[in-house]
Write a new protein. Structure first.
Length: 264
């Protein structure tokens, strides 16, 4: 594969940040390349390929944290034209590794690498990967797939969810009326914790309990509504600056982890 894939961007950043004690800012896209051709140090995060896209690009995952405590799955992106969250994953990985939180965290930077490459919401077959889940409200149709899990990307993530059995999910998106945190299932406390923490540096962040339009077959419907697993939909603003997006993730995830730690 010639496609570098998101974790090949992620790992050099993580290695770089590990050298710089207390890495608090992600590398700027303007003044520091995210992906040096030859990383200065071997990557120590063990990445796994959990599946392949329609066009054969790898869908990757890494594990962070102490391997104990609450199991949290963080997804950097599922819609290919919403790269704002995915751009933070290198810094998020470095942050979590330095923090060694009392949680077991799986980070899947990009469920839709074909869409990210093409800049499209959907995968290469034109299916919205956030409408293709076996939720009770799934409806087949153009853009949603003929049946739930008809796409290799959703099957890969579904298998990952089955294996990892997350107790909390955070999924990054972007919306014109962002930034805000939407949630499904019993996640109101986590949504407030994330939004309140992110609002300390950007007061636009708030909790929006309903997206205001139907989302049949969404991951939130499947995991949150049908299965009762708390899931946060982190909606960045369209064009959210990378430094501001990173600050929101750092503070928001930090608050969610602290809440999880206190609840144990
Ligand atoms: Zn989205």
């Amino acid at each position: 594969m010639s496609d570098p894939g998101p974790l090949r961007l992620l790992l050099p950043v993580a290695a770089c940040c590990a050298v710089l004690a207390g890495c608090a800012q992600p590398a700027s896209r303007r003044d520091a390349p995210l992906a040096p051709r030859e990383p200065a140090a071997p990557a120590t995060l063990e990445r796994e390929v959990i599946g392949r896209s329609v066009e054969g690009r790898p869908i990757e995952a890494v594990t962070l944290g102490q391997g104990v405590g609450r199991r949290i799955l963080i997804i950097g992106g599922i819609h290919g034209d919403e790269p704002e969250g995915g751009r933070t994953v290198g810094a998020v990985a470095a942050f979590l590794r330095a923090l060694e939180p009392e949680a077991t965290i799986r980070l899947v930077p990009d469920v839709n690498p074909d869409g990210t490459r093409a800049g499209t919401r959907t995968n290469a077959r034109g299916v919205d990967l956030n409408r293709n889940w076996p939720a009770s409200n799934f409806t087949p149709g153009e853009g949603r797939g003929p049946e739930p899990l008809s796409e290799p990307e959703t099957r890969a993530l579904h298998e990952e969810i089955r294996r990892f059995a997350p107790e909390l999910l955070l999924v990054c998106h972007a919306a014109r009326n962002g930034p805000f945190v939407n949630f499904d299932g019993p996640a109101e406390g986590e949504a407030s914790a994330f939004a309140d923490a992110a609002a300390r540096t950007d007061p636009r962040w708030r909790v929006v309990p309903s997206m205001g339009y139907p989302t049949p077959g969404s991951l939130g419907s499947y995991m949150g509504v049908d299965r009762g697993v708390p899931i946060l939909t982190i909606e960045f603003a369209r064009g959210h600056g990378p430094d501001a997006a990173w600050a929101a993730m750092r503070d928001g995830i930090g608050a969610v982890l602290e809440r999880s730690r206190l609840a144990r």
